[in-house]
Design a protein around this ligand. Structure first.
Ligand code: ADP
Ligand code: GLC
Length: 473
């Protein structure tokens, strides 16, 4: 097996706040088929340390970023994990990034700098029996790795994957010494970003190849509209950039085997799940489509636009069940929408098994994002025979085939695609959805197309394999 070290801040099944964890948890297994063995370095958060009985110490790092630290080797759920056990940084209650009050941990810069420095040590050969040939960095939390590699004189090919360019991992320049960075590289060509330290930029500047999680987002990243201030430097590195679509874990997300649902093989088998879902959310039986949203509640996801579009949808006979958490204002606005309408039901929170029941019971899954690097819930929708209704942006545009007349006639439609960032376009799509739903034959056809659509990792893991191969040849 060829050897790649992935570096990430979350990984299913141990710690997840979003799609990044799904990807870092599923991709390693898919890579095995390409001849690449992946080990993934993650922080030793509390739920990770709960597995420590199964782990062995591979390396002591001594005093490391303010406290004792070591690297553990842990085999868990089919994954080869390396865990940065640094209790002073990671052994806390709360989310990977936020404290119990919902604020960023004040030492986030230090926490993920330590992760990067540990990765560099491993890349430099600190583990006797395993030295990677390629480094694969995920998002800003892994972005400082090239800086520490350069500082210790290690040269190894680096792939940097952008899952979401909205998060730069910024900190102030008075932290350069504490983070152990080379002050001479605090430059526009280095890790400096408008007077701040940017971990994401460090990763992009230092990478030999940049990938993002869909071809359309790769193009969008080069534009001021989507590049979030980094589009210029990405344009300058466009020859290094490719978009490789995410897949989903088709074992975990398999309607035939899913232990959380009433299992089914064909769209017809969704009926008992739909009934259960309506009951669970207190929605009345109704002939119209039951749509669901499972999402972080942030501006990215466009769920404020959906609030505006709801009267049109419910007026046309649609119902909505929403599961999400995040922005307090949005949470409250959705709770209020549920109070005002019998056709809207809302759960604020994060609930992985409820999410399975929602995809199983849903007629449609709504993803009206303003931008979406890839998006995974529209892929779960396809797999579970729910019709995705998505904004034409990023990976949403790359994964759903709009049910226009031509696509319906050709028999290829899998869902509905509408103009992004436009509540009126979303409302119109939702009314169209109700009309389509009223034609059982056409509806069943779209569902069947979706369930056949390939959503696994086969094609994309081969693309990552080819990328790694090119870097070591
Ligand atoms: P992002 O990573 O931007 O949040 P993705 O669509 O890539 O978007 O991934 C989101 C992942 O998180 C999916 O697996 C989705 O099912 C899950 N998810 C989001 N919000 C919730 C929630 N409130 N409860 C359960 N799962 C959620
Ligand atoms: C990010 C993006 C999402 C993508 C996920 C996994 O969180 O917002 O679109 O699917 O990463 O790559």
């Amino acid at each position: 097996m060829k050897r790649v070290l992935a570096v990430a801040s979350e990984c299913v099944p141990l710690v997840k706040t979003g799609g990044l964890a799904d990807v870092t948890g599923a991709l390693p297994r898919a890579m095995a088929g390409t001849g690449w063995g992946v080990r993934t370095l993650i922080p030793g958060y509390r739920p990770v340390l709960a597995q420590a009985a199964k782990a062995t110490e591979a390396l002591s790092l001594g005093a490391f970023f303010g406290g004792p630290a070591r690297i553990l080797v842990l085999r868990h759920a089919g994954l080869d994990l390396l865990v940065l056990d640094a209790p002073h940084l990671f052994d806390r209650d709360g989310s990977p990034y936020l404290d119990a009050q919902g604020n960023d941990w004040a030492d986030n810069d230090l926490r993920f700098a330590a992760l990067c420095a540990a990765a560099a040590r491993i890349a430099g050969g600190a583990l006797d029996d395993w030295v990677p040939q390629v480094l694969h960095l995920h998002d800003w939390q892994a972005g400082l790795v090239p800086e520490y590699l350069a500082a210790q004189g290690t040269s190894l090919p680096v792939v940097m994957t952008i899952h979401n360019i909205a998060f730069h991992g910024l900190t102030t320049d008075d932290r350069i010494a504490a983070l152990g960075l080379d002050p001479a590289r605090f430059l526009p060509d280095g890790y400096e970003y408008y007077g701040h330290v940017s971990a994401l930029k460090a990763g992009l500047v230092g990478a030999d190849r940049i990938t993002t999680v869909s071809p359309t987002y790769a193009r969008e990243l080069t534009t001021p509209e989507f590049g979030m201030g980094l589009d210029g430097m990405i344009r300058a590195r466009q020859h290094l950039l490719t978009g490789i679509l995410n897949g989903i874990d088709t074992d975990t997300w398999n309607p035939r085997k899913d232990p959380h649902i009433r299992r089914f093989q064909t769209p017809r088998g969704k009926a008992p799940n739909r009934k259960g879902l309506r009951a669970e959310f207190g929605l009345p039986d109704a002939p119209g489509p039951l749509a669901v949203v499972v999402s972080r509640l942030t501006a990215q996801k466009g769920l404020d636009l959906l609030l505006d579009a709801m009267p049109a949808f419910t007026g046309a006979g649609g119902q909505l069940a929403l599961l999400g958490s995040g922005d307090r204002t949005l949470e409250n606005a959705w709770l209020e929408a549920a109070r005002d309408s019998d056709a809207v039901a809302v759960r604020i929170g994060y609930d992985e098994t409820l999410a399975h029941r929602m995809f199983a019971g849903a007629d449609a899954v709504l993803v009206p994002s303003r931008f979406e690097p890839c998006g995974l819930t529209q892929l779960y929708a396809l797999r579970y025979g729910a019709v995705p209704v998505v904004a034409r942006t990023g990976g949403l545009a790359d994964t759903v085939i709009h049910a226009n007349d031509a696509a319906l006639r050709m028999g290829v439609a899998t869902g509905m695609v509408h103009a992004p960032d436009d509540a009126a376009a979303l409302a119109a799509a939702l009314v169209d959805l109700c009309h389509l739903h009223a034609s059982p034959e056409i509806w069943a056809h779209i569902q069947a197309n979706g369930m056949r659509h390939p959503v696994g990792w086969e094609a994309s893991s081969a693309q990552y394999g080819a990328l790694y191969d090119a870097l070591v040849s």
